[in-house]
Design a protein around this ligand. Structure first.
Ligand code: NDP
Length: 497
C-alpha cells in the first residue's frame, strides 16, 4: 500500500523480508504546469469576471497538502441580485427566444472545448478536490463533456421528447452543487437547463470552486451570450440567499439531506420548481453464486472510488452468510494493493479527503463504529504528514442499528452485514431512510430482476457498480430526494411539462 518499505535483505542476517513489498512504483505525477491558477478569482456575472460588491473573499485549498491554492470571491446579496437579473435578461431577450438548433451549437462547443482542455480540467479538479488524477481524467471530465454532447442533441428535438408539442422552459434556474464531483455536477445541472432554454446561476461548493470558474471561462471562450450562465462562488449563506431569491423560477440542488430539507421548506408555498439530489446509504449485495473476483472489484469501486465521497456509494456491503468470510478475506487482500497518496500521481487509487470538516465527520462516525462494537480493519498504510487523509476502512460485525450502517459517512469506509435469503437481503437493503442506489451480484438473471423489483432505490446496478451514462436517469427515493437528472427525464426538470 505504498508503504515505501522494501523487502531488502536485513543487514547481516541474510534474511529476506517477505512481508513488506519488495518493489515500489516510481512516482508518475501529472504535470501541474498545464494549469494556470490566478492569485484571485472574481464572480462570473453577465459574461464577465468581476469583484464581489461587498469585497468578501475566501481561500480554496489543496486538500492533499492543506496549502492554499488561491483566493476566491464570496458572493453576497448584491451580487446575487445582479446575477439573477443578468440571467433574467438573457432568458427573456436572447436564450429563451433562440431556436433550439442555435442553442445546441453553443452546447456542442462547450463539450468540444471540455475535451480539448480535458487535461487542464483534470489536473485542476484533482488539485482542488483531492481526487486521484486517473479518476478526474478518465471519469469526471469525459462524463462532463458527454453530458453537454448528449443534451446538445436534445436542444432542437424538445417537441419529440414526449412532453407534448413545444414544451416551454421554466426561466431562471438557481443551481447549487457539492464538492465531490465539482465539474461533473456543474455539467449535470447546466447542460439540460441550457438545452431546454433556461438560463442559470450556479453556486459551486466552497471547497471546490475552481473548475466551475474555468468552465465560466470556457463559456466566454465559446461566445455564450452574457448572462446565460453565471457562476457565484461562496459558502452556504450564498447558496441559501440564491435559492430564496424571489426572481428564481427553478431550484436544482445536490448535497446533504439536511440542507435539501431546508431548501424544500424555503421553496414550499412559492411557484419555484424544485429538484433535490441528496444523500444515500446504498446496499451492495453479494450472493453466494456471484462471480467473486468481479464482485470484489465492484465492492472496491463501489465504496473506495472518489474516497467514498459519492452519494450513490455502495457503503453497506450485504454478503450472503455462506460466502461472507471468503469474500471479506479476498476484499482485504485486494485493499492491501490499493495505493494512497499524491492525487496527481497516475498510480494513486485513493486520494485526499476533501476538507478538514469532512475528515472530522468520517473520524467521528468511525469512532462511533468502534464504540458500538463493530470490528475495524484497514490495510497497512502510511498516511501523508500534511493534508487530509483517511485510510480505506472495513467494519465487520456491523448490525443494522449501528450508526455506521444507517448514516452517510461519505468517506472510504465500508460496513459489512450478512444475510441468508434474498428476502432478508431486500429487507436489509431497504432498511434505510435513503434510496438512491443499490448493487446486486449474482449469476442468475431472474434473481437480479426479482431483487430489482423489490428494492426502493433509484438506480440498481447488476454485476457492476458506479456506472454512469448521460442517457440514463439518476435520482432517489425517500430522503435521497426527488426529480431525476440525466436522460430524457432530466429535461423534464427544466420544462413546463
Ligand atoms: P451541503 O449540503 O452542506 O452542501 C452542498 C451545497 O449546498 C454546497 O454548495 C453548499 O455550500 C451549499 N449549501 C450549504 N448550505 C446551504 C443552504 N442553507 N442553502 C443553500 N445551499 C447551501 O453538503 P456538505 O458539503 O456540507 O456535506 C455535508 C454532507 O452532505 C456530506 O458529508 C455528505 O454526507 C452529504 N453530501 C451529499 C452529496 C450528494 O451528492 N448527495 C454531496 C455532498 C455532500 P458550501 O459548500 O459552501 O457549504
Amino acid at each position: 500500500m505504498g508503504s515505501g518499505k522494501s523487502g531488502k535483505k536485513a543487514a547481516g542476517a541474510g534474511v529476506v523480508d517477505t512481508v513488506s513489498p519488495s518493489w515500489e512504483y516510481a512516482p508518475a505525477p501529472e504535470s501541474r504546469d498545464i494549469v494556470t491558477i490566478a492569485p484571485e478569482y472574481g464572480l462570473f456575472i453577465s459574461g464577465e469576471f468581476r469583484p464581489p460588491a461587498a469585497g468578501g473573499t475566501f481561500a480554496t485549498l489543496d486538500p492533499s497538502t492543506g496549502a492554499k491554492l488561491t483566493t476566491v470571491a464570496e458572493a453576497g446579496p448584491a451580487d446575487i441580485d445582479l446575477a439573477v437579473a443578468a440571467a433574467r435578461t438573457a432568458y427573456e431577450n436572447v436564450w429563451g427566444p433562440m431556436p433550439g438548433s442555435e442553442r445546441a451549437k453553443y452546447l456542442y462547443r462547450i463539450a468540444r472545448v471540455l475535451q480539448e482542455r480535458s487535461r487542464e480540467f483534470a489536473v485542476l479538479e484533482s488539485l482542488d478536490n483531492g481526487k486521484p488524477i486517473k479518476e478526474s481524467r478518465d471519469v469526471d471530465i469525459p462524463l462532463a463533456a458527454a453530458h453537454f454532447f448528449y443534451y446538445a442533441g436534445w436542444a432542437d428535438k424538445l417537441d419529440y421528447a414526449g412532453f407534448g408539442p413545444a414544451p416551454r422552459p421554466i426561466g431562471v434556474a438557481a443551481q447549487v452543487i457539492p464538492w465531490n464531483f465539482p465539474l461533473l455536477m456543474a455539467a449535470w445541472k447546466l447542460a439540460p437547463a441550457l438545452a431546454a432554454g433556461n438560463t442559470c446561476v450556479l453556486k459551486p461548493a466552497e471547497t471546490t470552486p475552481l473548475t466551475a470558474l474555468l468552465l465560466a471561462a470556457v463559456c466566454q471562450q465559446v461566445g455564450l451570450p452574457p448572462g446565460v450562465v453565471n457562476v457565484l462562488t461562496g459558502a452556504g449563506e450564498t447558496g441559501a440567499a440564491l435559492v430564496t431569491h424571489p426572481d428564481v423560477d427553478k431550484i436544482a440542488f445536490t448535497g446533504s439531506t439536511e440542507v435539501g430539507k431546508q431548501i424544500a421548506v424555503s421553496a414550499a408555498g412559492t411557484p419555484k420548481k424544485l429538484t433535490l439530489e441528496l444523500g444515500g446509504k446504498a446496499a451492495n449485495i453479494v450472493f453466494d453464486d456471484a462471480p467473486v473476483e468481479q464482485a470484489i472489484e465492484g465492492i472496491v469501486n463501489g465504496i473506495f472510488f472518489n474516497q467514498g465521497h459519492v452519494c450513490c456509494a455502495g457503503s453497506r456491503l450485504l454478503v450472503q452468510e455462506s460466502v461472507a468470510d471468503a469474500v471479506v478475506d479476498r476484499l482485504k487482500r485486494r485493499l492491501a494493493t490499493l495505493r494512497l497518496g499524491d492525487p496527481l500521481d497516475k498510480n494513486t487509487d485513493i486520494g485526499a479527503i476533501n476538507s478538514r470538516q469532512q475528515l472530522d465527520k468520517i473520524t467521528e462516525l468511525t469512532a462511533a463504529g468502534d464504540a458500538e462494537g463493530a470490528e475495524r480493519w484497514s490495510p497497512p498504510c502510511r498516511l501523508p504528514d500534511k493534508g487530509f487523509w483517511f485510510p480505506p476502512t472495513v467494519f465487520t460485525g456491523v448490525s443494522q442499528s449501528h450508526r455506521i450502517a444507517r448514516e452517510e459517512i461519505f468517506g472510504p469506509v465500508l460496513s459489512v452485514l450478512t444475510f441468508r435469503t434474498p428476502e432478508e437481503a431486500v429487507a436489509k437493503a431497504n432498511n434505510t431512510p435513503y434510496g438512491l442506489s443499490a448493487g446486486i451480484w449474482t449469476d442468475k438473471g431472474s434473481r437480479i430482476l426479482w431483487m430489482a423489483q423489490r428494492m426502493r432505490a433509484g438506480v440498481v446496478w447488476a454485476n457492476t457498480y458506479n456506472r454512469f451514462d448521460p442517457a440514463s436517469p439518476f435520482g432517489g427515493y425517500q430522503e435521497s430526494g426527488y426529480g431525476r437528472e440525466g436522460g430524457r427525464h432530466g429535461l423534464a426538470a427544466y420544462l413546463h411539462v
